[in-house]
Design a protein around this ligand. Structure first.
Ligand code: KIV
Length: 282
């Protein structure tokens, strides 16, 4: 079994140019498959709201949802670096609330760190949480929890004025003490500049090459059906495979093909004895 990675490994990997491969995981099976495959880390993203709970956005996701999914993921991947994602309104209103909720991820779900969205405007929160001894991963560019402010789920940093804001966000997240940063839906030129400028690891989801890549597991596996962002590469069609398996099962049940002899428990006494038993109740 590979040794569980630490922050030192992630900083070394950046220095040596070794890519970090990671996905989101929301449940025990995905986490255990991720660990078995050798994922460098797992994010229990608040995207669980859409990918597992059927919400239209991440906004309704609660601390309780996140903690419970992080616990399942930790049980499935005891030996993998796990990032707990702070849900909407768990850190926005005050430093105290942010620190208390960040602490819950570590105390109740044994995550290794937390992630929160925003740059300049959340720098104080990042500072407070790191001052409490908790590792923070920043998340800039397209930040789904505040997509209203961005005019929707739109790529960021595509013109020079907007790229300046993204770069300022990156610098303030690093200055505030984050150990790593995730950049979402930003052109590769801007991401490459940020990855070069920052000492901390810079990871991408839809932001081109840098120190590592994240994909949403439900996108990668072809489970999530509502929409597929441009940056997703599908490696499987689990939706298709699942629907086909369910259809085959329905057909077998309707046609009496399932269950067959191999799927039942055999009696331990001679059949005559059972026939006598049934007669008692006839
Ligand atoms: O919740 C999540 O999975 C995320 C990704 C969109 C980066 O934060």
């Amino acid at each position: 079994m590979a040794k569980k990675k630490s922050i030192l490994d992630f900083h070394r990997m950046k220095k040596e140019g070794e890519q970090v491969a990671w996905i989101t995981a929301y449940d025990f099976p995905t986490a255990s498959f991720g660990e078995a495959a050798g994922m460098d880390m797992l994010l229990v993203g608040d995207s669980l709201g859409m990918c597992t709970l059927g919400y239209h956005s991440t906004v309704p996701v609660t601390m309780e949802d996140c903690i419970s999914h992080c616990q399942a993921v930790r049980r499935g991947a005891p030996n993998t670096w796990i990032i707990g994602d702070m849900p909407f309104m768990s850190y926005q209103s005050s430093d105290v609330k942010a620190v208390e909720n960040a602490g819950r991820f570590l105390k109740e779900a044994d995550t290794d760190c937390i992630k929160l969205e925003g740059g300049v405007r959340v720098a104080e929160r990042i500072r407070s949480i790191t001052d409490a001894g908790i590792l923070v991963m920043g998340h800039i560019g397209l930040t789904p929890q505040s997509s209203g402010l961005l005019g929707g789920h739109k790529a960021q940093g595509r013109d020079v004025d907007n790229a300046r804001l993204v770069i300022k966000d990156a610098l303030s997240v690093e200055q505030a003490g984050a150990y790593a940063i995730l950049v979402e839906a930003v052109p590769p030129e801007v991401t490459a500049f940020i990855a070069h400028k920052l000492k901390i690891p810079v990871y991408s989801i839809g932001a081109g090459p840098c120190d590592g890549q994240l994909l949403i597991s439900a996108d990668l596996l072809g489970q999530f059906q509502s929409f597929t962002p441009k940056f997703v590469k599908k490696y499987a069609d689990l939706a298709g495979v699942s629907i086909k398996a369910f259809e085959d099962y329905i057909k077998d049940v309707k046609e009496g093909v399932f269950p067959s002899g191999e799927h039942v428990y055999n009696i331990l006494d001679p059949i005559e004895k059972f026939e006598a038993l049934f007669k008692e109740f006839a």
